[in-house]
Design a protein around this ligand. Sequence first.
Ligand code: ADP
Ligand code: MG
Length: 660
Amino acid sequence: MSAAAGRSRFVARALRQRGMLVWSGIVLLIALASVCAPLLTDFDPNVGVFGDSMAAPSAEHWLGADRYGRDVLTRVLYGGQVALLAAVEAVAIALALGVPLGLVAGYVSGWFDKIVMRVVDGVMSVPFLVLAIAVIAAIGPGLANAMAVVGVVYAMSVLRLVRGEVLSAKEELYVDGLKVSGVSGPKILFGHILRNIAPPVIVQATLMFATAIVAEATLSYLGLGVPQPTASWGSMLSDAQHTIRENFFFVIPPGVAIFLTVLGVNQIGEGLRDLFSREIAVGRLGLNVVHPAPRGQGEPVVEPGEPDRPVALEVEGLSVSFPHQDAGRVTVVRDVSLRLHRGEVLCLVGESGSGKSVTAMSMLGLVSHPGTVTAASIRIGDDEISGLDFAGMRSIRGNRVGVVFQDPLGSLNPTFTVGNQMREAITAHRDVSRAEADRIAVELFERVGIPRAAERLADYPFQFSGGMAQRVMIAMALSCDPDVLVADEPTTALDVTVQQQVLDLLVSLRDERGMAVLLITHDLGVVAEVADSVAVMYAGQLVETGPVSEVFTRPRHPYTQGLLDSVPRNELATGPLASIPGVVPQPADWPDGCHFADRCPFAVDACGGEPVPLVLLPDRTRGVRCVRSGELDLPGLGDHGPGTEPVREHADSHVEAGRP
Ligand code: ADP
Ligand code: MG
């Protein structure tokens, strides 16, 4: 983001907020004046002086007196009390009913949700006035009853809003995480989800407050609200209507009171929406900051790439933990250190659940809320992220790193054209005009190989195939001209030929722009294709790191070998495809010793017990976490089957890099 664009957005934001402040002041003034009405005026709002009937504004009656000789200003002030109380009643009922029902309906779904939603549809299909008249006919007149009806009707829209928010919150990673770690439903619902969905509910409540004031005025105007002669803005309008031919003026005071209050409360609502919008976005993504940890105490950083090139991304001692019901907190990523140079592709591989996504996302502060990220250092180029606050993090993330996710269509907003979204991404990072942004968008589309680039900008995401949509995502990630591109399983959802094209694109971008690519995948075929170096991850730890050519031909960790054995090759030559028995255990079940020991064909007693350190080979290009790495002779991608017996090598082989 350029300084000028950043500043202009900041000014725009401040101005909007200043508007909200002014309106808050006006509304507060109206509320205070209403509450303090008895102190401000000596007139009785409901009893008039006959002689003053239809008096024009004067020093005694600032806003005149109505046909019964009642002071208009006094009635406006007391009317304010009625309006505010009525609105508070309706909104309180709406929240008290709508929030819990919406939470539960959204969370449990099933028959409860179906019944509740039928009731909601039923209530909402009847205009509230009709409903109010029916209820008043049944339980008797009075403003309190009428506003209770309004409250119930509003509760329906609160319920809908909350239910919708819960339904989408339920899909989020952090909720899955909480469920997996055994947190109870009510605790997830009221402890976590409710907090995340509070902003839209608060905004909605504010806007409802404004409409409740109109509803009160309407009901009182129709005689369904306060009984005569009680002062209310609505009943005043109704009175004024009787004398409108004699004096038009009496419509104005209650009209202005309603107008100012409703407009003011609405403006506050809009202001809150603005204020929250960033927080909502933050809550949605569950953004987090990286807490600094002491340096130099973690495990060594492996240097698999070419040490002469500048470092694009370096991570030292990255750990991520999540709350867990039984274990307090579980660490799902433990002391990960990586170094990635400009112009290199580093592949992070491992089975599903090994912690690859959490590793990558935590580097960028994209880990969902209850997670805690600590790192001795996370450097992107020369910028240190660890210890930065949210704003600092955002400027680095947005400007230096592009991110591409697995599901391209899910990452694009279906209601805007891709051109619109491209333009937004471009102007977020560069201070350019609309036309210029469009030109850049076309250029990026052409670069990522989208045919008819200019035309396709006008298309919506659903008009793109999976492969093309992934190209759009890559183009969008490139819009900030990143030094580092993080791609989390970018080709997993694509078919083989398209996958190949997207991989080719990533490689050519690396060559052309000197970009560093951190590519996450579970597919070793992909790694063989594009990677310069590889980091194998298992159960939250790096188990082996090194240049891909060496790791693939001469792996030193049985887990790497297991992954290599499961790469499809010529079946006639190698026999049926092997797989590693079992699955990655849940983080809470990881043993103290080697995490892989339970599934390892080579496990011995020494593998249990003590944590296994990552050992660096002397030239620092490779690291391995296995107590037996020196004695095992693993065949790598060679044509041995998985059942190869361990072969003893001479004792010092584990300190030698590369092939024996
Ligand atoms: P991968 O990308 O390698 O398939 P992930 O990084 O998504 O794996 O997940 C690693 C581990 O972290 C998993 O065991 C998962 O259950 C856990 N995990 C991920 N996100 C959360 C979360 N928000 N809360 C708790 N645990 C989580
Ligand atoms: Mg993942």
